[in-house]
Design a protein around this ligand. Structure first.
Ligand code: GLN
Length: 222
């Protein structure tokens, strides 16, 4: 598939909020190439963030952070390469932009994909993951999770989720299920193997938004 050129004039930063508007709680992008992006957009909008669906690298400009949603990780990797996100997302991240991968998105941000050494990945978090590793019988399930920074249980929706096999030094584990980490972070970079956008509870999105707005630089606070 031909790789489209990055637009020579990336979209300008969106206009500032009108005078008198409440302080803007962040500019968030949701990668909208494939998968469950709409629910992420709605959750961040309920939190008052300005949300943009991102389909071209230039649309990352001016964002505090971007979500890579769940979907199918090999399809998403192909689309990311075709549209230039395989270079644009690491560049956005290196410049201090926040990135949160959920489910297939968590596979996309990992450094290692067990059994799939050739699957393209962004390698933004030092993680090893195994795809679809919660077994055939219970490939999809829900469980109440303890999440660091969230008071009380958070309903985790797991859909053919990857299992996190290894977490690199210096990463923060935010939640564990059945002995395995299921949400991890380093500064403004977050991976969760479940789907907080499907739980009807926006507290995980609020946690990520606080990291993107309140954390000075990737890794600095971790
Ligand atoms: N099993 C999918 C994959 O490997 C991820 C599933 C999801 O994102 N819900 O790509």
């Amino acid at each position: 598939m031909p790789v489209p050129e990055e637009p020579s004039n990336p979209l300008p930063r969106p206009p500032a909020l009108p005078a008198g508007a409440p302080a803007g709680p962040g500019r968030v992008g949701v990668l909208a190439l494939q998968g469950a992006f709409r629910e992420h957009r709605l959750a961040f909008e309920r939190l008052g963030a300005e949300v943009r669906e991102v389909r071209k690298p230039g649309q990352l400009d001016g964002l505090d952070g971007v979500v890579i949603p769940g979907g199918e990780s090999t399809t998403m990797a192909k689309l990311m390469a075709a549209y230039g996100f395989d270079r644009a997302l690491p560049a956005f991240h290196a410049a201090g932009g926040g990135v949160w991968g959920t489910c297939a998105g968590a596979i996309a941000v990992a450094t290692e994909i067990d059994g799939y050494p050739d699957q393209p990945r962004l390698a933004l978090l030092d993680l090893a993951v195994a795809r679809n590793a919660y077994g055939r019988q219970v490939a999809s399930f829900e469980a109440d999770l303890d999440v660091r920074g969230i008071a009380g249980p958070f309903r985790g929706v797991f859909i053919r989720a990857p299992r996190i096999l290894r977490v690199g030094d210096g990463l923060e584990t935010l939640s564990v299920y059945d002995g395995d980490p299921v949400a991890v972070a380093a500064g403004r970079t977050v991976a969760s193997v479940f789907h907080p956008e499907l739980s009807g509870d926006d507290r995980f999105h609020a946690l990520v938004l606080a990291r993107w707005i309140g954390t000075p630089q990737n890794g600095v606070d971790s």
